[in-house]
Design a protein around this ligand. Structure first.
Ligand SMILES: [Mg+2]
Length: 229
């Protein structure tokens, strides 16, 4: 029986997509609504499409992080016929500043964490992210009291799915291989990475996407963990 559970943070507990849309809506209202460029929902949808492409360029080494931050806004504005670098840089800065203060969590987060805590599980966060940002998200959204450790790839110096990330996390938690479960929304990064080092993997497949892999367990809502664990 496992006693320790590692949770991923973004899109597993912290509702990244909802929180991101809220920040974008606020930025639109403040800076763009009066310009008559586009409807808010239309602007956000186009931004998300352009952002995804820009992230792909960033991961491929085509653009750097500083450029990524504002170019996604610049290209979105350009699409609607009003490219503005000065405003795009401002939007990029405010987006990054405001995002971690959003409090949206995935459905049944508190119910599930409360149940697991009551049952005596020791819970930790293992996230590919920056320590300061993830700390703010945890505190603002009320997650902090449920977790013994917040372990970030920044503090470890290595990202999931590398074996060292899971091994180092277990070391911090002070536990053995067979006693750990990893739960996350990224099948390869969270789940298969953890299984490769002998942990039990739980895939949080929120959209129910089809795949050919073999996670140890699969859920579509966090509350299912109460039956599983
Ligand atoms: Mg995630």
């Amino acid at each position: 029986m496992a006693e320790h559970i590692f949770f991923d943070l973004d899109r597993t507990l912290w509702d990244f997509d909802k929180n991101s849309s809220q920040v974008l809506a606020g930025l639109f209202d403040e800076h763009l609504a009066w310009q008559g460029l586009a409807e808010k929902t239309e602007f956000i949808a186009k931004y998300q499409e352009i952002n995804e492409h820009a992230w792909h360029e960033y991961r491929s080494g085509i653009i750097e992080k500083d450029l990524l931050r504002w170019i996604r806004f610049y290209r979105t504005m350009e699409h609607f016929g009003r490219a503005d670098k000065h405003l795009s840089v401002l939007l990029g800065e405010q987006y990054v500043e405001r995002s971690p203060y959003q409090k949206g969590l995935l459905p049944n987060t508190f119910e599930t964490l409360g149940y697991l805590k009551e049952k005596g599980y020791h819970m930790h966060i293992l996230t590919n992210g920056f320590s300061e940002i993830q700390h703010i998200k945890m505190n603002e959204s009320g997650l902090t009291p449920y977790f013994k450790n917040l372990i970030t790839s920044e503090s470890l110096g290595v990202q999931k799915p590398h074996a060292q990330a899971f091994d180092a996390a277990r070391e911090i938690a002070g536990i053995a291989k067979q006693h750990a479960i990893m739960i996350g929304d990224d099948l390869h990064v969270d789940v298969l990475g953890a299984q490769a080092v002998g942990m039990t993997g739980v895939y949080f497949n929120i959209t129910g996407v089809a795949h050919g892999e073999a996670p140890n367990h699969e859920i579509t809502n966090l509350i299912e963990l109460c039956d599983l664990l």
